[in-house]
Design a protein around this ligand. Structure first.
Ligand SMILES: Nc1nc2c(c(=O)[nH]1)N(C=O)[C@@H](CNc1ccc(C(=O)N[C@@H](CCC(=O)O)C(=O)O)cc1)CN2
Ligand SMILES: Nc1nc2c(ncn2[C@@H]2O[C@H](COP(=O)(O)OP(=O)(O)OP(=O)(O)O)[C@@H](O)[C@H]2O)c(=O)[nH]1
Ligand SMILES: [Mg+2]
Length: 461
């Protein structure tokens, strides 16, 4: 499979200053030799790697120039894929890009599958699986903090942590197997206790990583946040204010918002996917009822629900049923319009009904309390930790699950050790724990999982 040459347009299709057709594999350089004509008189084949050459792409069939380009040439093995790579930097229009790709395909390459360049980097050992996954995170990052998390994954910070865990586990396996091989010497009580201690230490470190994982995925996927409340309480006003943009229509007429409006806002580095919804109330209006249904569905899937109340009207039966809806969910209750009503009184009443939920008195109109809302959102996710002080090493559910599986096997190791069970059993679970970790870096991962990971990538990446 890796002896063929792949090609794709690596830049977005549209109008741009520059567009890139990327080619990787043994035919990359021969293809460039067929299509590229230098305009500077240099013999680019005689010069080194990682250089750009100015010239034309000429269609060999007609001899006619297709576009003026810069040709990037990078020789294996020190390239993104560890194969020969050439890049046609052409003008960023659909027609030049498509024409050049077509010529490349006619002269010895095939169209790359989604993520295939990065997949080759993985298969050829330049990146491990976790690092390869970070490439998509970098592209999709919504905030600087999200980018920093992705960059640390690319740099291999999680991978190297995982490898130290694996080394520690292998050390234990060796210890256990030595005892199995010389059963007549038995296993001393002290050795058993040593092992228990080492396993506990590893588990403690895993717990720390798993704690971070709880909020780590937020940096990649964003925090799914839904604003709910009765009609006219100020939900759309709140969205606009957090966005610092007049995105949603705001009027004094209840029932203004009918569709869900979704935007990503950057709240202290955290990408928050804010959804403004139709006001919730008992209604006979068909259109409005559909909107209400959608809001309820969204609430069920949310990471965080912002319930907006109106201080100027006090708590109504509709408010009470909305609050019931989020009783079991992470939520913050916002008492709005405190400029025209007694916000503190309503906040006290709500706190007595829902003592577990944070309540914040605000006025979107005057801006009162809005900074506290951002703070509360941050606290909610990080459990009080400051964002900047420590970015999570674990941001993928897949990585978290592998760590959790490793942890479970170690629990089993502990149980077997303390129950004085056969050391063969202990060794089996230690190996299973080691393998669970290998799924993160890709040394012990099934092919279909690798397939699935790269399917999400764009073509040309
Ligand atoms: N034009 C272009 N821009 C790009 C990429 C690309 O492939 N092409 N990248 C692709 O995603 C990113 C940069 N990533 C890259 C990663 C490694 C290498 C590379 O050649 N690595 C060699 C070291 C080169 C040297 O030592 O001089 C290596 O790792 O061996 C190139 C780009 C973003 N920008
Ligand atoms: N006095 C005051 N008025 C506010 C405040 N927040 C919003 N309003 C007003 O309340 C009215 C309703 O605001 P919206 O943001 O449209 O309310 P909504 O909850 O989105 O309403 P629906 O989309 O109908 O469910 C508008 O006239 C806003 O200007 C506030 O803090 N104080
Ligand atoms: Mg609205």
């Amino acid at each position: 499979m890796l002896d063929d040459t792949i090609a794709a347009i690596a830049t977005p299709l549209g109008e741009g200053a520059i567009g890139i057709v990327r080619v990787s594999g043994p035919e990359a350089v021969p293809i460039a030799e067929k299509l590229f004509v230098s305009r500077t008189g240099v013999d680019w084949r005689k010069l080194g790697s990682h250089r750009l050459f100015y010239g034309l792409v000429v269609d060999p069939a007609t001899g006619r120039p297709v576009d003026e380009v810069l040709l990037g040439v990078m020789y294996a093995p020190r390239t993104f894929t560890r194969e020969d790579v050439v890049e046609f930097n052409c003008h960023g229009g659909i027609v030049p890009l498509r024409r050049i790709l077509e010529l490349v395909l006619q002269h010895g390459a095939r169209l790359a599958e989604p993520g295939e360049f990065t997949r080759r980097a993985f298969l050829n050992g330049r990146l491990d699986l976790a690092q390869a996954e970070s490439v998509l995170d970098i592209i999709r990052a919504k905030t600087e903090a999200g980018l920093a998390v992705a960059m640390s994954l690319l740099a291999g910070e999680l991978s190297s942590r995982v490898r130290t865990f694996q080394d520690r586990l292998l050390g234990l396996v060796a210890q256990v197997e030595a005892s199995i091989d010389f059963p007549e010497e038995g296993i001393e009580e002290a050795t058993r206790e040593d092992m228990v201690e080492s396993v506990r230490a590893i588990m403690g470190d895993l717990e720390e990583l798993l704690r971070q994982a709880r909020y780590g995925k937020v940096y990649r996927e964003g925090l799914r946040t839904v604003i709910v409340g009765r009609p006219n309480v100020g939900k759309s006003s709140l969205l606009n204010s957090l966005l610092r943009e007049k995105r949603a229509i705001v009027t004094e007429i209840p029932g203004t918002t009918r569709d869900i409006i979704e935007e990503v806002v950057n709240i202290r580095g955290i990408p928050v996917r804010l959804a403004d919804t139709a006001g919730l109330r008992k209604t006979d209006d068909v259109v409005e009822r559909i909107g209400v249904e959608r809001s309820r569905d969204l609430v069920k899937m949310a990471d965080l629900v912002l319930v907006v109340l109106d201080a100027s009207t006090g708590l109504t039966p509709d408010d009470r049923s909305i609050l019931e809806l989020v009783r079991e969910q992470p939520g913050i209750i916002l008492v709005n319009k405190s400029d025209i009503g007694d916000g503190e009184a309503l906040a006290r009443q709500v706190t007595s009904l829902f003592p577990d939920k944070p309540v914040q008195v605000i006025s979107v109109k005057t801006g009162q309390g809005l900074a506290h809302v951002e703070e509360a959102i941050e606290r909610m996710i990080l459990g009080g930790q400051a964002v900047a002080s420590q970015l999570p090493l674990v941001s993928h559910v897949r990585h978290k699950q592998a760590l959790a599986r490793c942890y479970e096997h170690l629990q089993e190791v502990l149980r077997a050790l303390s129950a004085g069970e056969n050391l063969d059993l202990v060794a089996i679970d230690l190996r299973a724990a080691w393998e669970a970790l290998g799924e993160i870096t890709g040394t012990t991962v099934a092919d279909d999982i690798v397939d699935r990971i790269f399917q999400d990538f764009c073509i040309g990446k």
